[in-house]
Design a protein around this ligand. Sequence first.
Ligand code: PMP
Length: 415
Amino acid sequence: MRENYNDIATALNIEKIRNDFPLLKTTVYGKQLVYLDNAATTQKPTAVLDALDNYYKTYNSNVHRGVHALSQQATEAYEEARKKVARFINAKYSHEVIFTRGTTESINLVASSFGKKFLHKGDSILISAMEHHSNIVPWQMICEEKDASLKVIAMDNKGILQMDDFEQKLTDDVKLVAVTYVSNTLGTVNPVRDIIKQAHAKNIPVLLDVAQAIQHMPLDVQELDVDFIAFSGHKIYGPTGIGVLYGKEEWLNKLPPYQGGGDMIKTVTFEKTVYNDLPYKFEAGTPDMSGAIGLGAAVDYVESIGRKNIELAEGELLAYALDALAAIPDLRFIGESPERSGAISFLIGDLHPFDTGEILDKQGIAVRTGHHCTQPVVDFFRIPGTVRASFAFYNTKAEIDALVKGLEKARLMLG
Ligand code: PMP
């Protein structure tokens, strides 16, 4: 396993790739930063930083409105970014890509618009036990408004979804299934193909929260036949403040607009407004132009490394980390699905995750501690939270060794 990682890391030239990320050279408390909080947000390559800089320095202008040269240039770049994202996820049409503020806004958009039109008293939305708060609360809000209910697919104590429970709960009252592809806390990769197939057999659409999948593995919306996906730019090496909602054309055409304002209209009179076509119907107001252009650059960057390469390198890195962490006495994993990606959660003996995290921090090692916006998950395991190390392709075996050493120190200091 360890040799394999070395092979892939060498083939990809990880050391050279790390030079693309200026922040990775940072020191914290005089120690070289070891950044293992990639599930929260990823660091940005120079290509993305340059795209943002270039936009603001050379062609900053509002899109879709001006006849002047800069506005046309900004519009072209903004729409080119949409095409890049569409190609990246293999959308059939680029107008199926809606730019939002992030995963959270994308899910709120669907919950609000879909809910308004298709959810009625007695209906339900089916989510899973391992959802991020952003794939729980928007559904709760619309369910409350519509007198509908939220149903939850159970998981077992390894953090694996119970598909028999899914089948049982997939009844006629379910109007939409909304599940995460990869759990940000447990690292579980869910059997989304199976979920989609079964839901579609009953004509129920599926939304996938791919916030923790899009940066780790190839993802093809047509092959998955998924109805909606939501993700954030900042988790795939792009800027914050930009995200994507993909929706199948037929669904997006059926949904009412989410917000009203400029750009989302064809004509406005005081008596009646005619809404714009896709994608603009869902992009009211001045969009995040620089963010979209930065996301386009991030997508180009990821493609230049290759998503299959990323999946392989990270897979080996994860296996190495699981092996190395398992050797720490009293360490227990929270989330033990064999199908996993991205993040590893754990606890050491009775040590509070926050204390462990603080000791790691003093050694320059950035991990996340707490409930990771999945409070029902930590409640399920009856724990105060977890320590979560989460990986990107730019992480190294040496960084995992540093994590293990840091944890040994925490054990000695606190134990
Ligand atoms: N879903 C999952 C699985 C996530 O990991 C996150 C971010 N931690 C979100 C949704 C929300 O993403 P954002 O805060 O960028 O909207």
